[in-house]
Ligand binder design. Structure first.
Ligand SMILES: [Zn+2]
Length: 144
């Protein structure tokens, strides 16, 4: 099941890249496969809450999803996201992908995301900031 949704997603992402647009039929397929996760991912896409940071001159890339309470780091190549959903559901094998990763794949395929260029000297600083937010987020849920 988990494996299957990723295969379907791969196919749709390739079509988006070829067609350079998200067709209505693919939109419906995504909604059918991912249901609520797609609704959330689509909201991130529409609200432009997926940011691509490119650090200069190294060209290091960091993808960030701006959530309600925290910002999450997405590692598309590793298929990893720093959110709770990923931690609890994806690593447990209940789902194949969290909605941040789903949104990131869509905006990347559409070539439509917030591109932020930063100097390399800010890389460590920003990374530390993102890690702190993740830490705060994790510690807050452990008390629930
Ligand atoms: Zn996530």
């Amino acid at each position: 099941m988990v494996h299957q949704e990723l295969i379907v997603l791969d196919r749709i992402i390739n079509e988006i890249k070829t067609e350079k647009t998200l067709s209505h039929s693919n939109w419906e397929r995504l909604k059918r496969v991912f249901e609520e996760r797609f609704d959330k991912a689509w909201r991130l896409v529409q609200e432009k809450r997926i940011k691509k940071y490119v650090f200069q001159p190294s060209n290091r890339i960091v993808w960030i999803a701006v959530g309600q309470d925290a910002e999450y780091q997405i590692f598309p190549k590793a298929g990893y996201c720093s959110c709770d959903d990923f931690y609890f559901r994806v690593l447990d094998g209940n789902t194949g992908i969290c909605y941040h990763l789903l949104a990131q794949k869509i905006v990347d395929a559409l070539n439509s995301y917030d591109l932020i260029k930063e100097e390399d000297e800010f890389y460590d600083l920003l990374l530390k900031e993102w890690k702190t937010q993740i830490f705060v987020n994790e510690s807050s849920i452990s008390y629930v």
